[in-house]
Write a protein that binds this ligand. Structure first.
Ligand code: SAH
Length: 629
């Protein structure tokens, strides 16, 4: 099963009851369960679907060891004990992991620290959704119903640069005028701002800000690959989207240190932040260059290599005949930087920011050539996920905990507006929510695929079950059509209670014997086919659930369906019309095959038609299975 939280987490309990609370969460999210030797002896290990780790020393010692390995810790322990355990390990909010505390009854999930920058609030919401606990979030961002300024770029892999983050956060919390200057990276994050008008989206300083902006901003945030220097007091901070691709050419045997120094020097000379580096690009001959490979691994910079022919085809400002004679292309650094940046840009929108610079250093062997190109789209540094989630018939109480966890854990939630509104309480302020009109299923699916391909975790929601006249099939079909095998590996489907189950539950047990679902919508299926299926189902005495029975424009089909069933079943056959099941405006009508058209039926109705033995019993319909005959 693929990971359900966006952070690698450890779960810690000290009693069997605590373990019981954490197991479903570990099963769904590959969170590792940490157990003491004594506790492990009391459990039937391995627990199905759970990865565990046993520690033989004290919990405090085990935690010290685990601390750097995980981005999140979920304790099923008393808050006091957790505070004492983690206190000696906490350093600062920029590097501390998220700490979540769950009580043994799973009543409350507390975001204890790392709520903001480490994603603890989101982890807490996912844990709460999964266990049924109430999430306790106490950060200011939560009160403001907007993500903290120091978390804006997290889903996009942006790096937090220097600045007075606390001061800027305080200015935002105090509703002071804030200016945001975005020179690179996606603007999707702006969708998470509940009130974007509060912010002044401005342009770089040289456009005479003070004359244009009124009132004068109290704080400024830059989103840029440029490295700006601020005094400590200034209310300024900067994010760095990873848009820079560093083209590197070097002599064989050049040390990692020299390559690293060369990149740092060139960045500094051009006021670029190394935090904005997406990766390194070079010629395929360098794919095994030890210094380059080590640097790429250490800094999590992917190394993209191109053939001499690919590089030679690029137009560059500084081609070299000497280089061409040596490796078969007149440019390595510039051409590779540009090619890599192009892969993350539309059309030709990649630009060379720094043309080739040669760096040597006394006492270090070799020489390094560095060029830097800027891509249009930032590199996220992780693989995206596509979660296809069924949100049940309407009420939040009818959504599975796994589906709730998926919704809480996704970076982006995409769905038809009505359904997005229904799950609003499960959403987190830092999530990007794309609510789209009903008819645009294909657009929704394509958008989800695009964002997941880029590296985001995307939840596509459908009402009921996502694989029953829902979005799951469409998304999978599109993945197949586009041959996106890697992304197809990252798909996870979360089932939901479908309308036929919800409707049946409201009227007893009509689906106790063989049944089928037929959609009367002929938008995607020819009416002839639907008619044949109605005939076959009616003749075979299936209980039938009719989906999409009638819309304002499409009114004849339900009458034709009635005629078909009357050919095979008695006029008194019980029929239930369940409208908006488990929603505020739910209505249930019990009627018969002969009379059901006299009642209101619309696109929010499911029509259940009994088989020859279905019976009414007070407010219920029951289809006997044969136990009593
Ligand atoms: N994926 C959904 C079905 C989508 S098709 C599911 O599994 O339930 C849309 C049709 O489902 C509607 O026209 C209606 O017939 C039925 N439907 C969806 N939600 C419903 C609800 N809350 N009450 C009754 N019928 C519902």
């Amino acid at each position: 099963m693929s990971q359900q939280f966006s952070v690698p987490a450890a779960a810690i309990a000290t009693t069997p009851t605590g373990v019981q609370q954490l197991v479903p969460l570990c099963q769904a999210s590959e969170t590792v369960l940490w157990l003491s030797t004594a506790l492990a002896q009391q459990l039937p290990l391995p627990l199905p679907g759970v990865t565990h780790q046993v520690y033989s020393n004290s919990l405090a010692q085990a935690l010290t060891q685990a601390w750097p390995e995980y981005k999140g810790f979920i304790f099923c322990l008393a808050t006091g004990a957790v505070v004492r355990l983690v206190a000696p390990l906490l350093k600062d909010k920029a590097s501390d992991p998220a700490v979540v505390v769950l009580d043994e009854q799973s009543q409350f999930a507390i975001s204890l620290c790392g709520g903001h920058q480490a994603g603890g609030d989101r982890l807490t919401q996912a844990v709460a959704a999964y266990t049924g606990a109430t999430p306790i979030l106490t950060g200011a961002a939560n009160r403001l119903q907007m993500p903290g300024v120091d978390t804006w770029g997290l889903p996009f892999g942006w790096q937090r640069g220097s600045g007075n983050w606390t001061g800027v956060s305080a200015a935002i919390a105090a509703a002071k005028p804030i200016q945001i200057i975005q020179e690179a990276g996606s603007t999707l994050w702006q969708k998470t701002l509940p009130d974007p008008q509060r912010f002044q989206f401005g342009w770089p300083e040289h456009t005479a800000l003070s004359q244009e902006i009124s009132p004068e901003p109290a704080a400024r945030v830059w989103i840029s690959p440029l490295q700006r220097r601020f005094s400590d007091q200034a209310l300024k901070a900067q994010w760095h989207p990873r848009v820079l691709w560093v083209g590197v050419g070097c002599e064989r045997g050049t040390s990692q240190a020299l390559i690293e120094t060369a990149i740092a020097q060139v960045c500094q000379a051009h006021h670029l932040s190394t935090a904005a580096i997406a990766g390194i690009a070079s010629i395929d001959l360098k794919a095994d260059e030890v210094g380059l490979v080590q640097l790429s691994q250490e800094r999590y910079w992917p190394l993209c290599c191109f053939t001499a022919a690919e590089l030679g085809a690029m137009a560059v400002p500084t081609p070299s005949a000497v280089v061409e004679a040596a490796v078969g292309t007149p440019s390595v650094a510039e051409a590779a930087a540009l090619l890599a940046a192009r892969q993350h840009s539309t059309a030709d929108n990649a630009v060379l920011r720094v043309s080739k610079q040669i760096v040597r250093q006394a006492e270090q062997p070799g020489a390094v050539t560095v060029a830097i190109a800027e891509a249009e789209r930032e590199y996220l540094g992780r693989s995206g996920k596509l979660w296809l989630v069924g949100t049940g018939p309407g009420s939040l109480s009818q959504i599975t905990p796994a589906a709730k966890g998926a919704i809480a854990g996704a970076d982006v939630v995409i769905g038809y507006k009505l359904y997005v509104d229904l799950i609003q309480p499960l959403l987190h302020p830092s999530q990007i929510v794309e609510a789209m009109p009903i008819t645009q299923e294909r657009d929704r699916a394509e958008r989800a695929i695009e964002l997941a391909q880029w590296g985001l975790t995307v939840a596509v929601i459908s009402s009921g079950d996502c694989g029953i006249y829902g979005m799951a099939g469409l998304v999978l079909e599109l993945l197949q059509a586009q041959d996106l095998k890697d992304l197809a590996q990252q798909v996870q489907v979360f089932p939901g209670i479908s309308a036929l189950q919800a409707a049946a539950a409201r009227v007893g047990a009509p689906l106790m014997h063989d049944f089928c679902a037929i959609s009367l919508s002929d938008l995607l299926t020819p009416w002839l086919v639907i008619e044949q299926r109605l005939q076959a189902a009616a003749a075979a005495d299936f209980v039938v659930a009719l989906y999409n029975p009638k819309s304002q424009k499409r009114t004849k089909q339900i009458a034709q369906a009635q005629q078909i069933f009357l050919q095979h079943r008695s006029a008194a056959t019980p029929v239930a019309l369940v409208q908006s099941a488990y929603r505020d405006d739910e209505s249930v009508t019990l009627t018969t095959l002969a009379e059901f058209l006299q009642h209101p039926i619309d696109m929010l109705t499911t029509v259940l038609i009994g088989n020859h033995s279905s019976q009414r019993y007070g407010p219920w319909i029951v289809t006997p299975r044969g136990y009593l005959s």
